[in-house]
Design a protein around this ligand. Structure first.
Ligand code: DX5
Length: 229
């Protein structure tokens, strides 16, 4: 299995201190920062509808660009919870994005999109929402992607309850793609990381569990140890 990576979700940070918050996490042992770059989701989590979002955050290119200048070398794992993910590849690349993760539900040509992401020298991730089967990631898509993201909450906001029925999808994807990074995101913390790691996830996104802790570095270390075990 690829190496363990902990990616604190910056959506749970103090937005008034964004770059300081990122630095604090890196100092605490985080290698990646998970950027809920754009989230404008329907409650079904399939789509991603600009017209009626239940909640919206827009950590968009101008913000990412400021962070990448303020925190040199930062690895920004950009989770694009948007319709038409094709539209934002260049903007996110220009802003310093390291990984561009789009939802399989939001595109009809994932392989071409992965190619476009790679052309802009970013890693490509493909996310599936809780109601999407792991078979939506075809062999061709999985082989082309660098990372597969299994959402363990409906995308859109932090602090939700972990949906355990999503975990078997991690195991299914790990069996088919032994060398890929497999990320879990949503409600993951010290209590829920174990099942994710056991199923084969090596990239752990945690927002509330890390930013809300008195000692984020201890939580990061604990999560990492659980994945490595
Ligand atoms: C959900 C976001 C998550 C979220 C996770 O739409 O992609 O990254 O911030 O937050 P927690 O860990 O608090 O569930």
């Amino acid at each position: 299995m690829p190496r363990p990576i902990i990616a604190p979700s910056v959506l749970a940070s103090d937005f008034g201190q964004l770059s300081a918050e990122c630095k604090r996490m890196i100092k605490g042992g985080a290698e990646w920062l998970h950027m809920g770059t754009a989230s404008q989701m329907t409650s079904g989590g399939r789509a991603i509808d600009y017209s009626a979002p239940p909640q919206m955050s827009w950590m968009g290119p101008p913000v990412l660009s400021c962070i990448s200048k303020a925190v040199p070398g930062i690895f920004m794992d950009c989770h694009m919870m948007v319709a038409q993910p094709e539209k934002w590849v260049n903007d996110i690349a220009d802003a310093g994005g390291s990984l561009y993760c789009f939802h399989i539900e939001a595109t009809s040509d994932a392989v071409s999109l992965i190619r476009a992401i790679h052309e802009r020298k970013m890693k490509a991730g493909v996310a599936i929402s809780p109601d999407t089967s792991s078979t939506a990631i075809t062999d061709e898509i999985g082989a082309a992607a660098d990372m597969l993201l299994v959402m363990t909450v409906y995308p859109g906001r932090g602090g939700q309850k972990f949906i355990e029925r999503c975990v078997p999808k991690v195991a299914e994807l790990r069996a088919r793609f032994p060398d890929k990074d497999i990320e879990v995101d949503g409600g993951v913390g010290p209590k829920t990381v174990g099942v994710c790691a056991k199923a084969g996830s090596n990239v752990i996104v945690a927002g509330t569990a890390v930013f809300g802790a008195p000692s984020p570095e201890d939580v990061i270390a604990e999560l990492k140890a659980s994945v490595a075990a």
